[in-house]
Ligand binder design. Structure first.
Ligand code: NAP
Length: 342
């Protein structure tokens, strides 16, 4: 039997190996019958983490049917959506289906919510074979059930935004919150965002501006993204470089910045990020494709005195901040909408 504190973390749902937290588990119990401290969600849509979706897509040669089968196989085997290569998941939206009498989450049956805890630790059962998904986009129409624990978090979906947009924003809402926090706490003035035309990237630029940063550089991968980011007006300077080419990043960025935020969805951006950052500055690695050894040993090897932060997906107020930035910043809408509706 697990105590209330352990149950709150979902330990009672771990099937193997015993004793680990759900995120580290190989397999979770997805039984839709809930305990008194749990909440059951009727799943409507999954949002796969960008790094995970890209990896699956590339591994399947872009074949959507194969991607769908791969996702179904992972969920069937693990009882959760955790990509075994990237280790990342995503999040989901659905309708609150049942609420245990002792759940502290404050949710009520019938509410439409987005789970703000990762799919990597959320017990998930898919019942429709993902038949409405072509395997070609991060957003996955789905039917099934998901379980929230006492220490999970969920946001009631806003009425004024389309569901896919809210889902996309809430998936990456940790990035603008982390960016704003570093700017406010460290007084960073110059900020570089790698992958600046993407969802988390453009939100991070907008958050840096709102928090008081005065010199914003957006690094993008090609001229098409450069044109889109320039038109969005979120950066003072837009530069083009491959974020995985450290010397190209350093040359494109020029004078290193107080803060660098890594928002690409590919591996290999660690060294460029370190080179883009001034001595005494900070790097936020929001990308799930980040390698801890590459970042730590790379910084050491370059004698770079930079503070390196893992982009925590949770910061108090992160969901409201991301939704507000989208509502109030036309440039964010211009960059996010085509990615969501694509
Ligand atoms: P996104 O919208 O796909 O944006 C990624 C951007 O990076 C795109 O503009 C992409 O360009 C660009 N890019 C890819 N390779 C590049 C390269 N070599 N050089 C320069 N730019 C490049 O992704 P997102 O949803 O914002 O997610 C970004 C990252 O955040 C992902 O790694 C995801 O896993 C991570 N994430 C972290 C958390 C957390 O809690 N820490 C939560 C959610 C997501 P193209 O579109 O042209 O490829």
């Amino acid at each position: 039997m697990h105590g209330a504190a352990e149950r709150a973390l979902g330990v009672h749902r771990v099937l193997e190996p015993p004793g680990v937290l759900p995120q580290a588990a190989l397999r979770l119990d997805t039984d839709p019958a809930i305990g008194p401290d749990e909440v059951r969600i009727a799943v409507q849509r999954l949002n796969l983490d960008a790094a995970s979706f890209r990896q699956l897509s590339e591994a399947c040669g872009g074949n959507g049917d194969a991607v769908r089968e791969a996702v179904l196989a992972i969920v069937a085997e693990r009882g959760k959506m955790q990509n075994p290569v990237t280790g990342s998941g995503g999040m989901l939206i659905g309708v609150v289906d049942a609420v245990g009498a002792e759940s502290p989450l404050g949710l009520a049956a019938g509410q439409r919510v987005a789970t703000l805890v990762s799919l990597t630790l959320t017990p998930l059962r898919i019942t429709d074979g993902l038949v409405r998904w072509d395997g070609r986009s991060e957003q996955v129409p789905a039917e099934g059930t998901a379980i929230l624990f006492a220490r999970s978090i969920a946001a009631v979906l806003p009425d004024d935004l389309p569901e896919p947009v809210a889902l996309a924003l809430l998936d990456v809402c940790g990035a603008p919150a982390a960016t704003a926090r570093v700017v406010e706490r460290s007084g960073a003035r110059s900020v570089v965002v790698l992958g600046a035309a993407g969802k988390s990237g453009c939100l991070s630029l907008a958050a840096a501006r709102a928090a008081g940063a005065s010199s914003l550089t957006g690094l993008v991968r090609d001229e098409a993204e450069a044109a889109a980011l320039t038109a969005a007006g979120l950066a003072d300077r837009v530069v083009v470089a491959d974020a995985t080419d450290p010397l190209a990043v350093a040359a494109a960025v020029g004078t290193p910045a107080d803060l660098t935020v890594v928002c690409v969805d590919v591996p290999g951006a660690e060294h460029g990020a370190v080179l883009a950052t001034a001595q005494g500055g900070t790097v936020v690695f929001f990308s799930m494709a980040t390698s801890f050894p590459a970042a730590a040993l790379g910084a050491e090897g370059m004698a770079a005195d930079v503070t390196m932060l893992v982009g925590n997906g949770y910061t108090p107020g992160h969901a409201a901040m991301a939704l507000d930035l989208y509502r109030t910043t036309p440039g964010v809408r211009a960059l996010v909408d085509p990615r969501v509706h694509a």
